[in-house]
Design a protein around this ligand. Structure first.
Ligand code: 3H9
Length: 697
């Protein structure tokens, strides 16, 4: 028997322990070992009950994702679970950490479940483009109300022990943290009370009305935005409600394999591993993260306040500096407003919020208050002059070893660092708005930034529960540089004939969270306007320059915050409605430039948008601004609303083929050769028949 499984007899209770770090994934060896262990116990005939528990930090966190896409090896998980359920003596699952996916499915195949207070229970397969494929969709709605089962399965979100107990998913919450002992105690009671096996499959499935099922399906379809797995999950739950158990299981299996063979599954598993791989950067091998307890933030606008709140929610102490009393009051009210929202959403206890406002957070007009901070993050107006001034002051005030970070989203970090006598301590920490909500953090590494400071940036991101991506210095780093490029492609399309509303529709149908014009309105059109003015001197004179966005800004229309931008926002249309005046402004520009509007269909809109995004991404990787293609994917997925089920632009390019992207660029270049120049890396990989993924290893 493999050493990762151990079996001990405690009186008449057989205790099967699994030890497969880091998360006890149900790999082939684990499945084989567990099967052998259960069979061995039954064959010996000495035990009256079995306890299954895991060593280390967690109960089984699911099937071993690394095995997906390879030929499945027996024993298959569903068969193993059926075998566990069919034992003649009761089986108790003793659960700590996270019982996820196949892990929870094993627990539901056991006859009883006891959980640690801190344990979490979930079926997150949908986040991998899958559905629970080892009986989860059939057993869960037999144990808990089907509405709750559907919510867990279609959202993938885990529930805590108290809720699991209340719903009937587990039988008991254990006292203490020794789950092996808790399982044995529970089994002993079962034996004493003469309780036998209790098969989940034998329970009647809970059901819901046709009307409730239809409402749920409509809701799930809307939030799925093109992902197929959430709807397949509902199909499997339908089967649980309408078919006998074995047929339901068969249906689940068919649906599971359809998903397993889909591109979406490949994309989402790529996203899962990329989110973890992206944190592996060279500086972590040599650098040691510095202790960060006290944080300073310069600027209390939306971004600065969001950064402060993000730090406060993670238990850090924050001093925020603003320029005068009025700005101090504004920052204070923004921060307490955001903390209030966190209380409302159940992310923060009211008492904890009060304690933060009373002790851990202060606003000042005096930079001198930064003398003792370990890290200061500048989040002032995006102007090189203003930033240089801030860094000169910080350099003279902050203690030696303090990290000086800029939240700049475009500017040259090396130029900022050069204002200090400690460029090795200067780093970019580019948060995304709202900073306390968005998961992405670009860690921008300057020419002189030390490995310790890079390691500190990554450690901070972990503490703030963010995904950090390492970026080199260039205009816009990874995300905004790529955004600027595909943004131009979008504007060019509109000038050529597309309506901005049709472009937004095509791209949301493609799966984006929002279309580019709606995003512009949300972020504030003045931001893009200021940026276009900043880069105007560097613009290639041959470049097409659509002016309609500038015209809209000149009318004081900056998007949502002014009630009008590309869309009109008012009482009747909070989400925005098309503005005929915008169409007129665009038509006027076309007329002035002698452009005859042509029909552009949604397929071409997507091809142009994606070709521009992939091409610039390839440049960003080729120039070493992003370490690997996966770093680009993680950036676009976590900060720019790119659909997770498409895996990110680089994965998308691999899926459709680099040849196709290159051919599209060639076709578009016939119209505008200045904009459409293929990136050298894209050409190289395509000519060698290679993929972007080949650079991720
Ligand atoms: C499933 O079960 C299908 C079944 O229904 C049907 C089958 C027939 N496999 O996230 P972390 C690795 S689908 C392989 O940094 P944390 C991970 O890559 C599965 N590896 O830790 C990382 O490796 P590395 C359903 C896995 O504490 C290391 O473990 N289950 C797996 O922040 C540490 O991970 C899920 O979807 C796995 N299943 O979070 C659960 N899980 O160190 C997916 C993790 O080399 N996992 N690894 O980078 C998670 O959500 C989190 O990893 C977890 C721990 C919450 C468990």
């Amino acid at each position: 028997m493999p050493s990762l499984i151990n079996v001990n007899l405690e009186g008449d209770i057989a205790v099967i322990g699994i030890d497969n770090p880091p998360v006890n994934a149900l790999s082939h060896a684990v499945r084989e070992g567990l099967q052998e262990a259960v069979r061995g116990v039954l064959k010996d005939g000495l035990a009256k009950a079995i306890v299954i528990y895991c060593e280390g930090r967690s109960f089984f966190a699911g099937a071993d994702i690394r095995e997906f896409g390879k030929p499945p090896m027996p024993p298959h998980l569903p068969d193993l679970i059926d075998e566990i359920e069919a034992t003649t003596i009761p089986v108790v699952a003793a659960i700590h950490g996270t019982a996820l996916g196949g892990g929870l499915e094993v627990a539901m195949g056991a006859h009883y479940r006891v959980g640690a207070k801190s344990a979490k229970f979930g079926l997150p397969e949908v986040a991998l483009g899958l559905l629970p494929g080892a009986g989860g969709t059939q057993r869960l709605p037999r144990l808990i109300p089907v509405e709750d089962a559907a919510a867990m399965i279609t959202s993938g979100k885990p529930i805590g022990a108290r809720k699991a107990l209340a719903l009937g998913l587990i039988d008991e919450i254990a006292e203490g943290s020794d789950m092996r002992a808790a399982g044995v105690n529970f089994a002993r009671k079962l034996i004493e009370d003469g309780q036998g096996v209790r098969m989940t499959r034998a329970l009647a499935c809970n059901s819901m009305s046709d009307e409730a099922a239809a409402t749920l399906r409509a809701k799930v379809a809307k939030s799925a935005r093109g992902a197929i797995a959430p709807l397949s999950c509902l199909d499997a739950i339908d089967a649980a409600m309408t078919l006998p158990f074995d047929l339901g299981l068969k249906r689940e299996r068919e649906l599971f394999y359809d998903l397993m063979n889909s591109d979406q599954r490949g994309a989402m598993i790529h996203a899962f591993f990329s989110d973890r791989q992206v944190g592996k950067v060279p500086e972590l091998a040599t650098g040691t993260a510095r202790e960060i307890a006290q944080v300073g933030v310069v600027g209390g606008g939306t971004m600065g306040a969001g950064i402060a709140v993000s730090a406060l929610l993670s238990g850090l102490d924050v001093t925020l500096a603003e320029r005068d009393d009025e700005a101090v009051a504004g920052a204070q009210s923004r921060v307490s407003g955001m903390l209030g929202e966190a209380v409302k959403r159940g992310k923060l206890a009211e008492a904890a919020r009060d304690a933060i406002l009373a002790g851990k957070f202060r606003v000042t007009t005096n930079y001198g208050d930064f003398a003792d901070v370990d890290l200061v993050i500048e989040a002032v107006f995006e102007s090189m002059e203003v930033k240089k001034d801030v860094f000169t002051k910080l350099d003279s005030i902050c203690k030696p070893g303090a990290i000086l970070a800029s939240n700049t989203s475009y500017l040259d970090l090396n130029e900022i660092a050069a204002m200090t006598n400690r460029p090795q301590d200067v780093i970019g920490l580019h948060f995304f708005s709202p900073a306390h909500v968005m998961r992405l953090l670009e860690v921008v590494v300057g020419n002189e930034t030390s490995a310790d400071v890079v390691a500190s940036g990554f450690a901070l991101a972990k503490r703030l529960k963010k995904v950090a991506v390492r970026a080199g210095v260039c205009d816009g780093f990874i995300g905004n540089r790529i955004l600027s490029h595909y943004g131009k492609a979008v504007y060019n399309m509109v000038l050529a004939g597309a309506s901005p509303y049709a472009v937004d529709k095509a791209l949301t149908d493609f799966g984006l969270a929002m279309g580019p014009f709606a995003v512009g309105d949300l972020a504030g059109l003045d931001i893009g306007w200021a940026n276009r003015k900043r880069v105007a001197p560097m613009r290639d004179p041959n470049e097409t320059y659509p002016e309609f966005a500038d015209r809209i800004c000149e009318l004081g229309r900056f998007g949502r915050k002014t009630g009008r931008g590309f869309y009109i926002y008012d009482e009747t249309s909070r989400g925005g409605r098309p503005d005929p005046e915008v169409e007129e402004i665009i038509a006027k520009e076309r007329a002035e430039k002698g452009i005859e509007a042509r029909e552009i269909d949604s397929g071409e809109m997507i091809d142009r948008y994606m070709a521009a995004m992939v091409n610039e991404s390839a440049r960003v990787v080729g120039e070493g601004i992003a370490l690997r293609p996966l770093d680009v994917d993680v950036t676009l997925l976590n900060g720019y609303g790119f659909p997770r089920w498409r895996g990110g632009p680089m994965h998308y390019a691999d899926t459709v083929g680099l040849e196709k992207i290159l051919a599209d660029i060639g076709r578009f270049a016939e119209e505008d050769a200045t904009f459409w120049k293929p990136a050298p890396l894209l050409e190289k990989l395509a000519s060698e028949g290679r993929t972007f993924a080949s650079l991720n290893a």
